[in-house]
Design a protein around this ligand. Sequence first.
Ligand SMILES: Cc1ncc(COP(=O)(O)O)c(C=O)c1O
Length: 490
Amino acid sequence: MTEPVFPEGILTLNRSGDVPLPEQIYRGLREAVRAGLLRPGTRLPSTRRLASTLEVARNTVNTAYELLQAEGVISVRTGAAPRIAEDLFPEGLPAGTPEPPAQPGLSKRGQRLAVNLRGDGWATRHGALQPGAPALDCFPYEEWARCLRRAARLERSADLQYRNYAGVPALKLQLARHLAAERGVRAEPEQVLIISSMQAGLSLLSQALGDPGDEVWLEDPGYLGARTAFHAAGFRIRPLPTDGQGADAGSMCIGDNPPKLIYVTPSHQYPLGVRMPLARRLALLEAARTTGAVVLEDDYDSEFLFSGRPVAALYGLAGEGQVIYLGTFSKSLMPGLRIAFCVVPAALIAPLTQLMRNMGCAANVQAQAALASFMDGGAYQKHLKLIREVYRERGMMLVEALKRRLGNRIEVEPPAGNVQVALTFREPVDDVALAQEMHKAGFAVSALSGCYLGAVKTPGLIIGFAGASAAQVGEGVEVLGTLLDRFVTG
Ligand SMILES: Cc1ncc(COP(=O)(O)O)c(C=O)c1O
């Protein structure tokens, strides 16, 4: 039997801090139990295995396990693997725990909703080359300011009152036109719901369409934001095998537990950046049809295609109600705008609008009105045309620099679109530790292995280029080249 390996985010050691390593391991595991990431009965790695994974002395892990055993958090029997104690509630620690809980007062649901799968420091990371970050240096601030001023003056209507929780009609209309022309998504404006981010949309739809314990299929490797939303909803996440042609739904064995939802990124798979060919799209829709699942199509950066013909969205190929289409303005404009959208079947408009009202998670009305006039006046299309070219140049610049500096130690393809690339290493590399060291040097790249759900993880880095200057690319690649040898593990 192979030994378990912890998923990313459960244990991250800070070797330069004041807290001793055994204490960090002990706290990390206790927190993971508290957050429901390690359930009662879960088998833990042996001390030898965990020590080698974390690159610490075996005694360090022994001390941490002894502390956890003394508190009744884990049970250790001679000759058997250590386990999280069977009789432990995931939300609580045994009586007499010396420290106050890290998240006082959170319910089980609250703990699931507040889980941080992206790892410490993610939200505060400010470095260059961050995956997903757009080119703020190209943003037309003056034009946008004009639209905002106009919206602030003109929107004196009832839109500013308690209404239109699922979006301002003018923006829905613009989006319905844009999606039909650019993505083959035919929908009435009412079917377009305006949300504050793709993350909000994934969370909302998960809570609305599934119940705890339901099965969901998620690309492996896949987007941590989707995994976060599904974890929060209490779903059982099944890895959907994903290769150079995107997700392969045809390879899934359906069994007794058909999925409620299937999440995919067919235009540019995240994080691999590949496009799903027609045969795979049809197989995916067929799997959705036979299981009754709803497909969540995340079209997060379909606006940026540098070469080849655009492929219409999966939504256009599907039957009524089979696919919910999601898009965001985070990459084409900016994440701080907090505007994204989804296209839902007519039957879901009313309940989802009410849900948005109940949860109070609607997007800002004046920003929506400004965006509608920004689109209507042609400024959005003009901006897309400009940044498509800028992103293409920056992507090529990054890939060429990587190839020059690292040659055949890495595999990386010139991006066909997208705002980031994923490179893989031709030798075994601890990509998590490497990414952490890159952060310290000012580069907010991500470890590719963190996107994998299953035990087999390909080490690599996800590197953003859309917002990067030539100097940042040059320096970042040089830092990577200098650091790499320290993190080769084989
Ligand atoms: C696949 C994918 N979907 C969605 C998003 C983000 O969308 P939003 O900022 O609207 O939550 C990202 C961000 O990097 C992403 O990679």
